[in-house]
Design a protein around this ligand. Structure first.
Ligand code: EPU
Length: 337
């Protein structure tokens, strides 16, 4: 465990932005993590997981601690369910594939989401009608200042749409070290009702899909719409889908009757930001090395050497245009550093 200086983070963020960490250390065990925290208690720290949900707009003037804790194990089971504890540094998609190989159900709709297991609760990741909170039991975390361990049970996490306590009340106070998921061993709840999953399965003549077949369908859909960060730097959805009141929606849809929406409650609707961005003419546009993906307007991309500031400028341009056109404020989902 060695601290490195002026360390390039290009390979540690899926946007592929060149930015440096003043100091950088990767920790592989809980003991290493505690030692680093103890020995550097006076330093400013920045916790780095899979680097898949951040935009680096400058060098990081801090000790960057890369959480590389590995391992997963079954900690409990009954006839119908299994409880699995997974360390924070495991790659999310590899973990999902492993659960499917064991015939454990619950995570299949969230196949191919970039990032590491430890950061999944922070923004309650989700896709195709499933969210992490549906399978989440608890997570273990270390308090950065006191080094105390704390278990956060699901009810304490205040999960919402891309939201949790880790983005709010306890922001920057804890490092999540492992997560426990409760998955099904049988009577899996196959959920193909959302988006294009059913169409993808039907195309392949699948009527009663297995977990693997659902996962494969999700992977095929994601690959057709979303760029692979290894080929084209990106951070998935750059913006959240805005939630607006039905009153506001009715007003706006008089001008834009074809506007898409999903009912959220009796009083609110969610509007797909990708649709708004496409309507505003940004889809597929390129500004230098920064751009908007050609198949999914919600995703901003780095064609090679874009700086974080350039991507940020594009995102601000989009936000302003959407506001001027529709009167809707869209918020970044990605953390701007
Ligand atoms: N749309 C457009 N143009 C676009 C993109 C989307 O008109 O360029 C329209 C689509 O036609 C569709 C609607 O917007 O009617 C929604 O699109 P889609 O189903 O692709 O989902 P999304 O709202 O764009 C969300 C998540 C994704 C997740 C998908 C599938 C957010 C911010 N994003 O995207 O999550 O994979 O649903 O469930 O909620 C991520 O967070 O990184 C991410 C990729």
């Amino acid at each position: 465990m060695e601290i490195q200086y002026d360390f390039s983070l290009k390979n540690y963020n899926t946007f592929g932005i060149e930015a440096k960490a003043k100091q950088f250390v990767a920790v592989h065990t809980l003991e290493e993590l505690k030692t680093v925290l103890e020995q550097n208690s006076d330093k400013k720290k920045f916790i780095l997981g899979g680097g898949s949900n951040m935009l680096l707009t400058k060098d990081i003037d801090a000790l960057v601690i890369h959480i590389d804790l590995k391992g997963k194990k079954v900690i409990q089971e009954d006839l119908d369910h299994v409880w699995i504890a997974c360390q924070a540094g495991e790659n999310w998609h590899e973990f999902v594939l492993w659960t499917i190989d064991q015939n454990y159900g619950g995570l299949e709709n969230m196949s191919l989401i970039p990032g590491n297991v430890g950061t999944t609760p922070v923004q309650n990741i989700g896709a195709y009608g499933a969210e992490i909170k549906d399978s989440f039991v608890s997570c273990d975390a270390i308090h950065i200042k006191s080094l105390e361990n704390r278990t956060f049970l699901k009810d304490e996490c205040q999960f919402g749409y891309r939201e949790s306590i880790f983005k709010n009340q306890v922001k920057d106070q804890y490092i999540i070290t492992s997560v426990v998921f409760k998955l099904t061993k049988r009577h899996h709840k196959i959920n193909t009702s959302y988006g294009d999953i059913l169409a993808e399965l039907t195309k392949n003549n699948i009527t009663t899909p297995t977990l693997k077949e659902v996962s494969n369908a999700v992977i095929a859909i994601r690959k057709s719409k979303l760029p692979d960060p290894n080929e084209l730097g990106n951070s998935g959805s750059f913006f959240k889908n805005p939630i607006i009141s039905k009153k506001e929606f009715e007003k706006i849809s008089q001008k834009f009757p074809e506007m898409k929406y999903y009912d959220i409650s009796d009083t609110e609707v969610k509007v797909p930001a990708g649709w708004l961005i496409e309507q505003a003419g940004f889809k597929g546009k390129r500004f230098g090395d920064a751009g908007i993906h050609k198949n999914q307007a919600l995703v901003l991309v780095n064609y090679g050497n874009a700086t974080g500031e350039e991507i940020l400028a594009v995102s601000k341009n989009i936000q302003q245009t959407i506001f001027d056109t529709f009167g809707i404020a869209i918020e970044a989902e990605v953390n701007i550093i």
